[in-house]
Design a protein around this ligand. Structure first.
Ligand code: SAM
Ligand code: SF4
Ligand code: SF4
Length: 335
């Protein structure tokens, strides 16, 4: 039986960020002016080891976690990631194990990740317009690199494949329909994400958000859509299918239609801090507890206690005042 928070939300999903480093500098996530050559990333010894991550994951599963998503930073830049996947994939009680990546390193790693037990993957690709995409990742990686990553995931048997696209007004919103059209009629589900005010470094303002309703409408004008039921309670994306049978898309509406009421997600940072909200300002130091010799039931009790007092509903309450908080960066705790 999963532990519940003060709003009756069970602890079901765990996002594990395995690194705060990334080979991209997406302008909406890790702007170069902040994440430049002198930026102080975590030292190796600060990171949870794979043994520590697996131990914590086992404790989390005992507290109700059914689904784990590996994220970052860019998870594929952490050395020997398949070794972690291999151990997580065999955890009793874990029903779903997935990973979010920018895809650039997938051609080399999709096969080993699949062999290690990874079933599926989400790949971020914000635009098919090469100039737009290069400007967004800001390290001059072309669209072809990520498309090769998607192909390699499919060839390796990672399925289903989802594509995440953050939409920022004036940057890539004119390329939404092209992205939808490219994957229309394929088995890839594109999920358009409203640009969020995560962290404090990306200069977010409301004017840069393209509401999901507008995204859907723009696609619907060209490729008619109709809404469909969520797969399960608490699913992050709202689903739409093409009326001609060409598959489906999703929209993630955290700004215009927040979904805190069903939020069952906890997040573990690379150095072992537990966050109960993407917009948290500080996490609970599980690593200190772990390295002080705590037993599994003590770790479990700490997690249950923290979740039990959880009141987070940042997106529901988003106001001028809350957007001023010193929030953790997305590249630190993952999307
Ligand atoms: N590096 C990997 C990647 O990009 O897929 C995993 C980590 S990244 C932080 C996870 C997801 O968060 C990506 O799909 C990314 O586009 C999304 N993201 C980052 N910053 C965002 C923002 N400000 N608003 C909405 N989504 C954001
Ligand atoms: Fe890196 Fe992902 Fe953030 Fe882009 S969105 S900078 S790929 S962590
Ligand atoms: Fe969950 Fe926090 Fe996002 Fe609300 S704002 S959906 S509580 S992570």
């Amino acid at each position: 039986m999963a532990v519940q928070d003060t709003l009756g939300r069970p602890l079901r999903d765990l996002r594990i960020s395995v690194t705060d480093r990334c080979n991209f500098r997406c302008v909406y996530c890790m702007p170069k002016e902040v994440f430049g050559p002198s930026f102080q990333f975590l030292e190796r010894e600060e990171l949870l080891t794979y043994e520590e991550i697996v131990r914590l994951a086992r404790v989390f599963v005992a507290q109700g976690i059914e689904k784990v998503r590996i994220t970052g930073g860019e998870p594929l830049v952490r050395r020997d990631l398949p070794l972690l996947i291999e151990q997580l994939a065999t955890l009793d009680g874990l029903q779903d194990l997935t990973l979010t990546t920018n895809g650039a390193l997938l051609p080399a790693q999709a096969g080993p990740l699949h062999d290690a037990g990874l079933k599926r993957v989400t790949i971020s690709l914000d635009s098919l317009d090469d100039a737009v995409f290069r400007a967004m990742n800001d390290v001059n990686v072309g669209v072809d690199v990520v498309l090769a990553g998607i192909d390699s995931a499919r060839e390796a048997g990672l399925w289903p494949i989802k594509v995440n696209a953050v939409v920022k007004r004036g940057l890539n919103d004119h390329t939404i329909v092209e992205l939808a059209r490219y994957f229309h009629g394929t088995d890839v589900i594109v999920r358009f994400i409203e640009y969020m005010d995560v962290g404090t470094t990306n200069g977010w303002v409301l004017d840069h958000v393209v509401p999901a309703a507008e995204i859907v409408e723009r696609i619907h004008q060209v490729l008619p859509l109709e809404p469909i039921q969520a797969n399960y309670r608490g699913e992050v994306a709202q689903r739409y299918r093409y009326q001609d049978g060409g598959g489906e898309i999703g929209v993630i509406t955290s700004i215009t239609q927040p979904f805190c009421g069903d939020c069952t997600r906890a997040r573990l940072s690379p150095e072992g801090e537990l966050y109960t909200c993407l917009f948290g300002t500080n996490g609970f130091d599980l690593r200190a507890l772990l390295r002080s010799g705590a037993k599994d039931d003590e770790l479990g009790d700490a997690i249950a206690r923290l979740w039990g007092i959880r009141e987070d509903r940042y997106s529901d309450l988003r106001t001028e005042a809350t957007t001023d908080l010193n929030r953790v960066e997305m590249s630190h705790i993952g999307g």
